[in-house]
Design a protein around this ligand. Structure first.
Ligand code: COA
Length: 330
């Protein structure tokens, strides 16, 4: 299979580092830029939830592929910020797009899109039909606006791809991994079934996202590096064969450290974290769409994707940019 269409959606409202400081957060543009590379992020409008962002990205990807909703065999939404705990977000997205095909969420936090691509790729082959894979997040709803260590990092957005059958198989290999021994490294402690939401929970503000930044940083670098090396080894290729490296856009220093360890120079890396912040499961497809829009993706290019997130989860894959595949009709 291959990627036949790519779509992106960013909410209109742009929040700069200065906006956060002006709103009363004890931080500065200089601190945020020097520690993270982030200059701004987008926040959803009050009436928008994750499914609304996902629908816009999904429509754009379908239009880019020249396909209609009726052509799609399944809708997968990678998100860690669903509209509701129940039901999943994907059925809402599928309904808004006007289809009753199978629709389900993938929850692998910031690695969600790479996981969803893996699942979507398998479904595309099994169904021999296109599958819509969306990464969408509204992180602004789960961050504590008074927590300067976390709230500066995240933004909202959605990116989507349409996977279609392609005999040349230009997506893969994949490498996925998880280590759930210490979920508290990056989590929302309460609000789930272990500690349901209550007045106490809200008073203690533990329903917001919290993390141990240094531990997350070190693990992100190590895991994305290892996953990237693994897919190259599986493919029998080297980093010299990679035309563009698109890593999870968490922090420019993390991206630089991974790039340096896998041996790829800045000119072959695509960075959007300065403009988008960390959009979790949306970050990789948003970055891919941005790379395409800036003329950085050419037919035949080899692209290395990698991501890391809460769980811990991580993943990587290779893809050959081949937006107009020759369908094998045999
Ligand atoms: N503005 C100003 N100062 C801040 C700040 C902010 N937004 N956030 C934290 N600080 C302060 C801390 O309070 C601390 O002050 P102290 O020394 O007086 O105690 C100081 O800056 C250093 O804090 P520290 O947490 O050690 O900074 P850091 O260099 O590790 O950077 C992160 C913090 C969050 C930027 C960094 O750890 C990081 O990027 N981690 C990974 C986060 C991530 O990517 N998560 C998602 C992964 S999917």
């Amino acid at each position: 299979m291959t990627i036949a269409g790519l779509g992106a959606y960013l909410p209109e409202r742009v929040v700069t580092n200065d906006d956060l400081a002006a709103a009363g957060l004890d931080t500065s543009d200089a601190w945020i830029r020097s520690r993270t590379g982030i200059a701004q992020r987008h926040y959803a409008a009050p009436e928008q939830a994750t499914s609304d962002l996902a629908v816009e990205a999904g429509k754009a990807a379908l239009a880019d592929a020249g396909l209609g909703t009726d052509d799609v065999a399944a809708v997968i939404v990678a998100t860690t910020t669903p509209d509701h705990m129940v039901p999943g977000t994907a059925p809402l997205v599928a309904a808004a797009l006007g289809t009753e095909v199978g629709a389900f969420d993938v929850q692998a936090a910031c690695s969600g899109f790479v996981y969803a691509l893996r699942v979507g790729a398998a479904l595309t082959v099994a169904e021999d039909a296109p599958v819509l894979v969306i990464g969408a997040e509204t992180l602004s709803r789960i961050i504590d606006p008074t927590d300067r260590g976390v709230s500066i990092l995240f933004g909202d957005g959605a990116g989507a791809v349409v996977l279609v059958p392609d005999a040349n198989g230009s997506l893969g290999p994949f490498s996925l991994g998880a280590d759930g021994r210490d979920p508290s490294m990056l989590w929302t402690q309460t609000g789930g079934t272990r500690t349901p939401v209550s007045h106490d929970v809200v008073d203690a503000r533990t329903h917001f996202l919290t993390m141990r930044g240094g531990d997350v940083y070190r693990n992100a670098v190590a895991r994305m590096t290892a996953a990237s090396r693994d897919v190259l080894e599986q493919a029998g290729r080297t980093i010299d064969d990679v035309d563009l490296f698109v890593g999870h856009q968490a922090n420019v220093r993390i991206l630089d450290a991974v790039a340096q360890r896998v041996g790829i120079e800045a000119a072959r890396c695509h960075v959007t974290v300065d403009q988008h912040g960390n959009t979790s499961a949306a970050s990789v497809p948003l970055a891919l769409a941005d790379a395409r829009d800036r003329g950085r993706l050419h037919p035949g290019d080899t692209v290395l994707l990698t991501a890391f997130g809460a769980g811990l989860t991580w993943g990587a894959c290779l893809l050959t940019w081949n937006p107009s595949p020759t369908r094998d009709e045999s």
